[in-house]
Design a protein around this ligand. Sequence first.
Ligand SMILES: [Ca+2]
Ligand SMILES: [Ca+2]
Ligand SMILES: [Ca+2]
Ligand SMILES: [Zn+2]
Length: 448
Amino acid sequence: MASYPPKISQQDFINKLIGTDAHWDGTELSFSFNSKSAPGAKLDSTYRGWIKSVLDQMHDLLGFDFVQTRGTGADFLFDGVDGTGNRVLTSDITPNGQLPQFYRAEVQFDTSWTANQSSNLDYGSYGYWLIIHNVLHAFGFDHPGNNDVTASYFADAEQKNDTRKLTVMSFFDVEMDGSGTSHWFKEDGNWVKKYASTPMVFDLLALKKSDFGGHFAGYDFNSDTRKGNDVYGYHVAAKLDDVFDFKVNHAPIVTIYDAGGRDTLDLSGDNVSVRRVVHYNPDHTIAGYTETARTTSLIDLRPGKFSSTHGMDDNIAIAFRTRIENAIGTKFDDWMVGNNWNNRLTGQKGNDLLDGKKGNDVLKGGGGDDRFVFAKNYDHDTIIGFRDDHDVLLLNDNLLKNPMSKSKLLKTFAEQHKDGVVLDFGHGDVLKIKGIEIAQLKDDIYFV
Ligand SMILES: [Ca+2]
Ligand SMILES: [Ca+2]
Ligand SMILES: [Ca+2]
Ligand SMILES: [Zn+2]
């Protein structure tokens, strides 16, 4: 009987990722590709392009400028090997009274592996995931457990949440922890397992300097990255990293880091209509899979939280400290959750639930029968295009000191304005519902 390993705290988990205090210093790092690799093992131009795209990601996260050089003396040497396995070798020195500093990293990819053949590299592929994994090794990361590529979850995982959901350093699939999390994606009629194409939420926490009591020297984050008003997902600007363009990265498993501006997660182009459901045996091992219609998505803008889109689960995360203000939903039934800032949530087609949380939010349900959540400390929210007898108001009873009837509620708090109804619950909690009259609203209110 397989049993789950214990769950450990976020702090303990991240301490496991940070195996050493060694780190890279300075602002510029050189890299090169070994031109003297064994014949047939050499990394071709396609492979090199994918490695460079990972270095671009590391620039956007940490600000290092990566400069390509010739020869084998670079800070990062990327090498192809034939049959000796993937390896990362780092060297560091400890200057007097300081933390250890890296001065060299050699990253070897075994191109005899099918996954490492350049024709098999793409966003979401195992081979691309492995490049990110190994580059993070070269930045000082360890595996979250004492295990390697041959490990199996029930025999070797030291913590229940050691899966690829939180970190690219894990060897265990997201579904292993019994959560039912599916990263399967149907491609050309076949179900394919997808992998993260950016460092994930805990990786970013572990990379960041001083987040964890100075245990790790860590890195400052790049405060210039995408600091304008950016759109992620669909209808993105040409200059955006392709990893966040879901027309290119069409089965996205990503964590979004953004340094400022008013940003939008646009999921309007997500038309994935099937998903793969994971089934478990009584002993927690995987029993098998079934295919089902995909009808919902979850879009959660809170830092550190995951969204479930493209028929997958927990595949898009917002990094801690990253603020994404706006979201555009799919044609399916979206559950949209805002954050503590001012959000604009647009449900579009489908029966959506919109929950802006704190901040002055604008909620637009679009077609379908939509539900709008309002509660204490939600500030000034505005609902646009409320459809009488279709849309529903879900009012949290924490807005009221004492329970009351809907008629009493409307009498006490509602005021008819030219363009809609304003419900002023006091203490700055004001909900405006546009395009409706008080009398129409009564049968559309529910207390939750
Ligand atoms: Ca931005
Ligand atoms: Ca809708
Ligand atoms: Ca909000
Ligand atoms: Zn590794």
